[in-house]
Ligand binder design. Sequence first.
Ligand code: SAH
Length: 261
Amino acid sequence: MKPVRAKKKLGQHFLTDLKIAQKIADTLNFKNYTKVLEIGPGMGVLTQFLVPKTKNLYLIEIDNESVEYLKKNYTQLETNLIEGDFLKINIEELLGNDSFAVIGNFPYNISTQIVFKTLAHRDKIPFFTGMFQKEVAERICEPPGSKKYGILSVLTQIFYDTSYLFTVPPGVFNPPPKVDSAVMQMVRKENFILDCDEALLFKVVKLSFQQRRKTLRNSLKTMNLPDNLREDAIFDLRPEKLSGDDFIQLTKRIGNGNFSN
Ligand code: SAH
């Protein structure tokens, strides 16, 4: 493969180490899905290892030059190759109601948004694996209590079991990114039912971490919570002390009070 000049604003860092591409493809476990969607296939480094694994491989790539390259080199995938923006596509139009795995060496500039879109469509996405910048992969997998634990950690871990798989140095990309990368995976919790208001949960978590050094009492002030609730000891805590389940319980109590959104 001889990559064209990578376009920085599209987060293009083409992987050059085939062993790593193979290792990412090998994470697919084919439980509860038959289709696989690769985001940002670029020049197909990972794609070549996905092709032998599934007959139902879909590709979404925003860059026309990469799309032209893929069309020429993966003629068998032509009907499943979409030129577009993952953040804008209508997933149901593309994949129907079937469950699918998401995989990729993702564009780092939109990695958080990719995870949020996955959470929004989690009913169809039992499995998610791929490469992020190391810091984002760590945040997704981090348990409560540390500096890295944040919005992405809480919300992802409520719905998925996450694992940090391995670190990847800049030198195996063309051009090399300024940061380390890491491969991580998310496996959906199959029997999980969220028993609180989802929009309110997301709001509480986001507000709590907006000023992560403050206590919840301070950060959630703008929600105008009733005094008897605000006196509870949980409001003395900083957000990084709370697990996903703690946030769910808190959201339930906020939702049951005379709270108005
Ligand atoms: N998977 C390839 C390329 C990784 S670079 C490899 O490992 O070599 C990230 C890729 O994502 C680039 O090809 C870039 O064009 C593409 N991309 C960037 N933003 C995108 C978006 N919003 N939707 C789909 N693809 C995108």
